[in-house]
Design a protein around this ligand. Structure first.
Ligand SMILES: *Cc1c(COP(=O)(O)O)cnc(C)c1O
Length: 369
């Protein structure tokens, strides 16, 4: 039987009755767009996350875009972000009309290298978007102090890091806003697209809510133009169910990661956990110079792997106009040829994990970390 990177069917089986009831409730009440299920989820997420406001939207890419627009960022501005992330982070910056400015990653935790941020700050810089990549928090002390020194906004891309913590504080609550994706495979995932923005700033939250809803708070009053970015009632009802379980699921991910670490640390470079960080292992990413061999070997054993991400953003064709060379982002460039994501999801069993480990440890293949 094929071992998948993520097993969403196993998760559905474990909460089927709750999910089916929730979906049926939305259909019975025709609460498809906005409405009570969306409001309920917003309140529950804000409460469990420990923030004043949760503004729901259609997906995690929109969440970043809406946050930047609500901060007034646009043409003529620059926004700094990491070289190694999903393209959404950079796309959302460009969509506002601002210029994306990449910074290399640091080699241990793979997030933006805070020591290299100040070199990229110019009079046009308005914001920094750190990404808590794979579920491991970026160094929020260093990032916040640079932001304060230069008067920059911080918008945290938390798409991979629901309930990850830096020094015991949830990521997404350090900067003016934290943005989330509820894409199905994320640690908290809907059954379609969904996203949200969390914030403790009242004015910002009103502007974000307005922009996501055609520039309107009160029906038929439009102070500005906005966009249509709404969460479906069905997705909200599903997320309310899953929110009750995500704490336990994150604990299981952390447990599986610890076990992988023990079983693999002498054959590949296993993920590091900063002493001040709570890593929630959206992805379990190991590193080896023989990455492509390793992937082939696992594929031959019917074990899925992934690479997040095979090309650092500055080297994608989409950013060729920026004229970046490998030496400009040498850490991201090297890592992208060595990283590989192994099967990781809460329902992963020890038996399944052992099959993955055996395939990696196979007698003829030792991958020096
Ligand atoms: C998934 C993801 C997003 C975007 O989320 P969507 O809901 O798919 O739009 C943004 N940033 C990162 C780092 C992600 O992993």
């Amino acid at each position: 039987m094929k071992i998948q990177l993520v097993d969403l069917k196993a998760q559905y089986r474990s909460i089927k009755a709750e999910i089916d009831t929730a979906i049926q409730g939305v259909i019975d009440e025709s609460a498809f767009i906005k409405g009570k299920y969306v409001t309920a989820f917003e309140n529950e997420y804000a409460e469990s996350y420990g923030v004043k406001h949760c503004v729901s939207c259609a997906n995690g890419t929109d969440a970043i875009y809406i946050a930047l627009k609500a901060l007034g960022i646009g043409v003529g501005d620059e926004v700094i972000t990491t070289a190694l992330t999903w393209i959404s982070t950079a796309e959302a910056i460009t969509q506002t009309g601002a210029r994306v400015v990449f910074v290399d990653i640091e080699p241990t935790y793979y997030a933006i290298d805070a020591r290299r941020i100040e070199d990229k700050v110019t009079p046009r810089t308005k914001a920094i978007i750190p990404v808590h990549l794979y579920g491991h928090p970026a160094n929020m002390d260093a990032i916040m102090s640079i932001a304060e020194k230069h008067g920059l906004y911080v918008v945290e891309d938390c798409a991979q890091a629901h309930f990850a913590q830096w020094k015991g504080q949830n990521v997404g609550t350090f900067g003016v806003a934290g943005t989330f994706s509820f894409f199905p495979s994320k640690n908290l995932g809907a059954y379609g697209d969904a996203g949200c923005i969390v914030s403790n700033d009242d004015g910002f939250s009103v502007r974000a809510r307005m922009f996501a809803n055609h520039g309107s708070v009160v029906k038929h009053q439009h102070d500005t133009e906005g966009i249509n970015s709404r969460m479906d009632g069905i997705q909200a009802a599903i997320l309310s169910v899953k929110l009750r379980h995500v704490g336990e699921w994150n604990k299981l991910r952390i447990m599986h990661a610890k076990r992988y670490n023990e079983l693999l640390c002498d054959v590949v470079l296993t993920p590091s956990n900063h002493p001040e960080a709570r890593h929630v292992f959206h992805l379990y990413v190991v590193r080896t110079e023989k990455r492509d061999d390793l992937r082939k070997r696992l594929e031959a054993n019917d074990i899925a792997t992934g690479v997040h991400y095979p090309t650092a953003l500055p080297f994608l064709k989409a950013y060729a106009h920026l004229g970046h060379e490998p030496r400009d982002f040498s850490v991201a460039h090297t890592c992208s040829s060595q990283i590989v994501s192994l099967p990781m999801y809460p329902e992963l069993t020890d038996e399944t994990q052992d099959v993955v480990v055996q395939a990696i440890r196979g007698a003829d293949a030792i991958y020096s970390p």
